[in-house]
Design a protein around this ligand. Sequence first.
Ligand SMILES: [Zn+2]
Length: 281
Amino acid sequence: MPELPEVDALVHFMGPRIVGDFITRTDIGELSILKTADPPLEAISGLEISGVSRVGKALLIEFDGLDLVCRFARAGWLIWHEQVPTGPVRMGKGPLGLRIHLASGAGFDISEAGTKKNASVSLVDDRTEVPAIANAGPDALSIDDDQFAALLADSSSRIKTVLEEQQLIAGIGNAYSDEILHTAKLSPFTPANRVDAEALLEVIRGVLGAAREALNDLPPAKVKTVKKRGLRVHGRTGQTCPVCGSTIAEVSYADKSLQYCPGCQTGGKKLSDRRMDRLLK
Ligand SMILES: [Zn+2]
């Protein structure tokens, strides 16, 4: 799932290319991607794009008085076309969710790999009509020390869960929470209210800041590969921790998994992995 650094890379790339350009046409490839009906999507045809921005993990294409809010879910991403294909779009076939044509001849797709279609696009007069935007907590890169300390003090949930909860702090997902906790040498299962908030916030800023720097000048097609290359524990089960040399372990859930280094984060102990434990019984 694209997180704060990746969506920032999109904003950085798209801004100079689309702001001031006009939408000439929109094609829907997957009906379920469009979550709003009023105003209709055709309302943006002929409009000038006035800005591109990010809220949490969402990308916003801005018009005078309208916002197109794009949310990528787990497998969604943006495909940029210097020359956008003009042929007809086959509905319900393949990854294309929405295609935007620009007056310059360029364009972009919101696409989603796989069979689960969870990416979404909402066209709204007021961005707070989108619940994920209205309910988003402070941004992970702008939350201040006191806000973050209060947020942790209020929760006995696992720190991993708290970092991923968009309503508490926006922008961090499964990959960067693994990376942040590894750098902070914290077990993902530590209760939030037992964490040194000041130290963790410094790590959050460092990890997200470095990721953003690495990704910021890349075209969308390169962002994922470079992101993966920069990860030290996430998605690296069985590999060697670059910090201490231990073998990176994981905890699996029904639909996702987290990775951590027992050497750096849990005093050498394996965290209980209910799925693995069940398989081994
Ligand atoms: Zn380690």
